[in-house]
Write a protein that binds this ligand. Structure first.
Ligand SMILES: [Zn+2]
Ligand SMILES: [Zn+2]
Length: 207
């Protein structure tokens, strides 16, 4: 059974539909109620799960405004794909972080939103991409996701570097036999890794 719009609240008040068409909305609350009503009719499993688990609107949806040939246009969200519908449910019902500055895509004059603000879910949704890029099926291109991935790679590389940093002979003196053996094993493992990856060719013995 689809969820009923009246089972959702914003600041303890039930959501209700006040307009027939999205375009007739005048406030963020009206736009949000219209979107939640559409989400209630969605058959996509991730959307149904979010609606089942969350009854309180976390934030109202502010549509992105853009210009087509000088004319102001209000972005109208679509619900035709699982990605689009899920990103809207994520924006309205789940924890996200407001981004300032916005990602490159949201900050571009070509952006079509659909939301006016750039928000990154703090859950696994979109894997670090903002909800607008997620909506557009462009999660992997979101500049915020790319930056976060780059940072993870750098942190990992730094840790690895520290792990293999050479000990000075004074430091070696202070290590216990057990620590030395552990270290020797780590070096052996690394040599093995390199050999199996073909980066450290085994020297042939001259007979
Ligand atoms: Zn964005
Ligand atoms: Zn983005």
């Amino acid at each position: 059974m689809p969820a009923a719009l009246s089972s959702f609240t914003w600041k303890d008040s039930q959501l209700k539909l006040t307009q027939e068409r999205y375009e007739e909305g005048t406030t963020d609350l009206e736009y949000t109620a219209w979107i939640v009503n559409e989400l209630c009719q969605c058959r996509f499993a991730p959307v149904a799960k979010i609606l089942h688990e969350n009854k309180a609107v976390q934030r109202l949806f502010t549509p992105h405004e853009y210009f087509i040939q000088g004319e102001a246009t209000t972005a109208k969200p679509k619900f035709d794909t699982q990605t689009r519908a899920t990103s809207l449910a994520v924006y309205i019902f789940t924890p996200t972080q407001y981004q300032n500055p916005k990602c490159k895509q949201c900050g571009s004059f070509q952006s079509r939103g659909p939301a006016s603000d750039c928000r990154v879910p703090t859950t696994k949704h979109g894997a670090g991409a903002c909800t607008n890029c997620y909506y557009s099926g462009q999660s992997t291109a979101c500049s915020l996701r790319i930056a976060a991935e780059q940072e993870r790679v750098e942190v990992f590389a730094k840790k690895e570097k520290d792990r293999f940093e050479m000990y000075t002979s004074d430091e070696l003196d202070e290590l216990s036999e057990e620590q030395l053996e552990g270290w020797a094993q780590m070096v052996k493992d690394e040599i093995e890794n390199k050999r199996s990856a073909g980066r450290c060719p085994i020297k042939k013995r001259r007979s």
